[in-house]
Structures are given as C-alpha cells and as structure tokens.
Design a protein around this ligand. Structure first.
Ligand code: ADP
Length: 168
C-alpha cells in the first residue's frame, strides 16, 4: 500500500473514501466534521440520522467506524469514526489505532481502492499530533488487505503535517 502525507482540505480529496473525525452522536459538529457536512450537503446529515434510527441507535462507539455515501463530495464514501477524547480522559492508544484499522476494514468491505484520513483526535479531542501521527502510521502500515492501494493523510496544519512526515 502506498502511504502519503500531504497538507490540504480533506473535503477536496479525490480518494474513493474519506474518513470523518466524527463524534458518537453522528449528527455533525465542528472541525473536520463540520467541514465534511458542509461540503457533502444536507443529505449527509439525513444519512447519519438514518443510521441513528436503525443500526446505531446508541450512536457510534469510540474506535468504531461506519460508512455513508459522500453525496456532493468528490469522494464516493464518507467513513465516520470516533476518536478517543483526551479532554475527557480517553487516553487509550488502542482506541485511536482502532479508528484507523476499523476505517480501513469498512473501506475494504465497500471496495474502496483509496482512502484519506484526517488527524483523528488531534483537534478538539486534544491528542498531541506526535502521538496521533505515530499511532496512525503504525496502524495503517500494520493493516494488510486488498483492495486498498493508497492511503493519504490529509492534514490541515503544517505542524501536523510535519509530525506525520516524521512518523512516516
Ligand atoms: P477531533 O474532535 O477528532 O479532534 P477535529 O476536527 O477537531 O477532530 O480535528 C482533527 C484534525 O482535523 C485537526 O488537526 C484539524 O486541524 C483538522 N482539520 C480541520 N478541518 C479539516 C479539513 N477540512 N481537512 C483536513 N483536516 C482538517
């Protein structure tokens, strides 16, 4: 698998799937979540509401992932994951690693060949970018399986990009 880190806005990524750093409620929020909902259009929120009314009545668990269509995004799918919130004492690195591996599992089930990740938990959820980048790179490099050929880390901030480049 090719693994790339780059600076950019994940809503513009041309990968088959993009990952959303969502929260358990799955009903939108700030940061990358808000940007993805804004760019995907209102149908994304409707799709998330449908998940909450069917398969995910209690929301999405920390470390788990679930897909919706991408609607108005260039990406065909959005894979929503929930990172651990360090500001609420969620400091278990295996939960953060699980966000990356579960998202890859879901992408592979969909048949996606490429996927883009943001720095899950490195914003409002308070994890240091150095920790997120190491955990993310270890999780992605340790994950094996077709059909995913390319993983892109699309980082908003130069500082976070530097951390991912060091980890890679
Ligand atoms: P979390 O709540 O999981 O910490 P945030 O959205 O607050 O999620 O932040 C995660 C990371 O996503 C941060 O590094 C933030 O700078 C970055 N980010 C925000 N908007 C975008 C975007 N449009 N594309 C890529 N990354 C983004």
């Amino acid at each position: 698998m090719r693994i790339i880190a780059e600076q950019g806005d994940i809503t513009r990524a041309g990968t088959d799937a993009i990952v959303n750093a969502a929260n358990s409620l799955l009903l939108g929020g700030g940061g990358v979540d808000g940007a993805i909902h804004h760019a995907a259009g209102p149908k994304l929120l409707e799709a998330c509401r449908r998940l909450r009314n069917t398969t995910h009545r209690d929301g999405l668990e920390v470390g788990d992932a679930v897909a919706t269509p991408g609607f108005d995004l260039p990406a065909r799918w959005v894979i929503h994951t929930v990172g651990p919130n360090r500001n609420r004492g969620q400091t278990d690195p295996t939960l953060l690693a699980s966000c990356f591996t579960r998202s890859l599992d879901v992408a592979a089930e969909l048949g996606a060949r490429s996927i883009a990740f943001p720095a899950v938990s490195a914003g409002a959820f308070g994890w240091p970018a150095d920790d997120v980048s190491r955990i993310a790179v270890d999780a992605v490099t340790g994950w094996h399986g077709p059909p995913i050929e390319e993983t892109r880390f699309v980082l908003f901030d130069q500082r976070v990009l530097t951390a991912f480049e060091a980890a890679l």
